[in-house]
Design a protein around this ligand. Structure first.
Ligand code: PEP
Length: 246
């Protein structure tokens, strides 16, 4: 089933979260054949969890720490997220990698902890503009995935991957669907090599300037099993249009 996920980043107070979700649920109805996920900031998880508990919409977090508890000031653990009803966590978003300098090693530890805790991670990968211009897209994506999945290769069915070219995030300039599809095919092949016993349950999402007016073009391709949406997920009307784009 395709997954359409909202990454709100550092947007929306509790009050704004409540307003969004109330109108979003009315507009959404009961979506068939697709999974819809909202990842608000930590401070909104509690209110979102209350509102979404009897709805078809799932709840996720944008980050986590890999230890279960302890002296880690400012961090949030997976048991804390699980108790709030989070079923997903975004791991290794390019903003975490580039602004907060998260390493592949840290991302690997977080993924491992998610799998142990039974929360489904969405691993984000993607090349920077200079990588693409140097013809390094596949190399960069392969390295990120190999390092992220080091030691947990046989669990690929328990996670999803978002291909998000860094130059397309928040810029209004998406990848062409054809370019995205070629990277998605490459990732699928790589997953097959890393986990030959895979049942193909990993969804490969596209992220990067997905909007209501371009979502349909991506959804024509079976290789694109969903979206991770930033800016266009902040308004109920535009996110609903993206969810309903196929
Ligand atoms: C994202 O934050 O993962 C993202 C894809 O953002 P945007 O849709 O705004 O490009």
């Amino acid at each position: 089933m395709r997954l359409i996920a909202a990454n709100w980043k550092m947007h929306k107070t509790q009050r704004e979260t409540k307003e969004f979700l109330e109108s979003f649920l009315k507009l959404l109805g009961n979506p068939a054949d697709r999974e819809v996920l909202i990842c608000p900031p930590f401070t909104s998880l509690c209110v979102a969890s209350e509102i979404l508990k009897d709805s078809p919409v799932k709840l996720g977090a944008q980050n986590c720490y890999y230890e279960r508890q302890g002296a880690f000031t400012g961090e949030i653990s997976l048991p804390m997220l699980k108790e709030l009803g989070c079923e997903y966590v975004i791991i290794g978003h390019s903003e975490r990698r580039n602004i907060f300098l998260e390493s592949d090693e840290l991302i690997n530890k977080k993924l491992t902890a998610c799998l142990e805790e039974g929360i489904r991670p969405i691993l984000c990968v993607g090349e920077k503009l200079e990588d693409r211009e140097a013809g390094l897209t596949f190399k960069v994506v392969e390295t990120q995935i190999r390092l992220a999945l080091s030691g947990i290769e046989s669990y690929t069915d328990s996670l999803d991957i978002a291909y998000e070219p860094v130059w397309a995030i928040g810029t209004g300039v998406p990848a062409t669907p054809e370019d995205a599809v070629s990277v998605h095919r490459f990732i699928r092949e790589l997953l097959g090599k890393l986990n030959p016993k895979s049942e193909g349950k990993t969804r490969i999402l596209y992220g990067g300037s997905v909007k209501p007016d371009n979502a349909k073009e991506f959804m024509k391709y079976e290789e694109i099993q969903g979206f991770l949406v930033g800016g266009a997920s902040l308004k109920p009307e535009s996110f609903v249009q993206i969810v309903n784009s196929f």
